[in-house]
Design a protein around this ligand. Sequence first.
Ligand code: GDP
Ligand code: IMO
Ligand code: MG
Length: 429
Amino acid sequence: MSNVVIVGTQWGDEGKGKVVDLLSSSADLVVRFQGGNNAGHTLVVDGEETICHLIPSGILHDGKKCLIGNGVVVDPTVLLEEINTLREKGISVSPENLALSERAHLIMPYHNAVDLAREVAKGKDKIGTTGRGIGPCYEDKASRTGIRAIDLSEPETLEEKIKTNLKEKNFYLTKFLDANPLEFQPIYDNYLSMGEILRTYITDVSLEIDQAIRSGENILFEGAQGTHLDIDHGTYPFVTSSNPLSGAVCAGAGVGPDKLHHIIGIVKAYTTRVGAGPFITELLDDTGDYIQERGAEFGATTGRRRRCGWLDLVILRDSVRLNGLSSMSVTKLDVLTGLNTLKICVGYELQGKRVDSRPSSLKSLAQCSPIYEEMPGWEEDISQARKLNDLPKRAREYLNRIEELTEVPFSIISIGPGREQTIVLQDLF
Ligand code: GDP
Ligand code: IMO
Ligand code: MG
């Protein structure tokens, strides 16, 4: 029995979905523990693409149970749409293989409205959120006014909570954000009817996990977003509103830290970021365009073009420390094929001094410039490689250098979006 946590080490979109799908074959349970449908996790099996926003990326495997933990914020409309989309593809989704925590907070229409109107109000200072209501939902959770999945089965509680919340939200929307108010009845009717459908999926996820552990089953915990979007440790305020770190599994799924055996950090072979915020190794030149095009770097949730840059070891080393990584999986190594020279940012220069960890102050960060180490690139197509020795020497040297600088070994190398385009170096279960 072994339980594995998968986290993103950069600013999201590292390829977590692909690795979760791959490792799901060895797991019995796949569990999401934070974030919401701001996530977009892409799985490619036999050439067919599936994008999971809320449902754990283990769903394509028969006989696996997918759980949405209490730390996730759930938009029931999106959850039902995702269930239907999967069914249309011939994938069976039922309470047999999917469950939602009673304690998960629900994204309500006023959360989306506030998220969108606030971004408009911020103008050029906007965060570039996904507009899915994530921040406002977590705000209500923290201010103890949130509506939880369990409330869907108690019509009176639901009615009272929506009415109370709407009073405040409508005041804020109309008087401060200059947006339209929302009506009680359509929201209430809609959530009540969605509750009817979701009722059989709603359960105590922590208890299910405990049962699985007692039966000796393997569990895979699927992180969303990335370490540097973490609300505490990320590039605040250009972050999401949850903790994508490995430690968040405990609170977000209801499991003790002694039950986590291996933490794998997903590392894109270069760096990308969607939305606003600091990005020291960003490339605003032809090389950046080359990576963006070859990597098809468009957001899986919002379709926005992703900003691209060189691999940043400063943020990667921070991620090793913050998550306690046991191993790393590099993804999209194939995208770097054809570049003459590769650069790795090994430190930042700030006011004439070298810094090895990302400063907390955005002002200081804005004054940082990257210190690069250069390595020769490779020309060969590596997308068909299936073992380490199939990779050109220069690709192996690039990986060795990253291992040296992070002091963490690679366990998986991904060289294409397909499930089979993978080199597995270590069995994690
Ligand atoms: P996630 O949010 O971390 O799950 O990542 P996304 O799915 O948002 O973005 C990763 C993108 O890269 C998806 O389109 C994947 O299909 C694709 N991808 C994953 N691994 C590889 C790889 O090794 N090579 C290439 N070329 N594409 C990959
Ligand atoms: P996955 O799981 C990349 C970014 C948004 C924005 C910031 C805040 O696919 O890696 P939010 O809507 O969360 O309030 O937006 O966080 N962001 C992501 N970027 N991948 C994600 O998820 C993201 N989820 C949120 O672009 O900059
Ligand atoms: Mg994504």
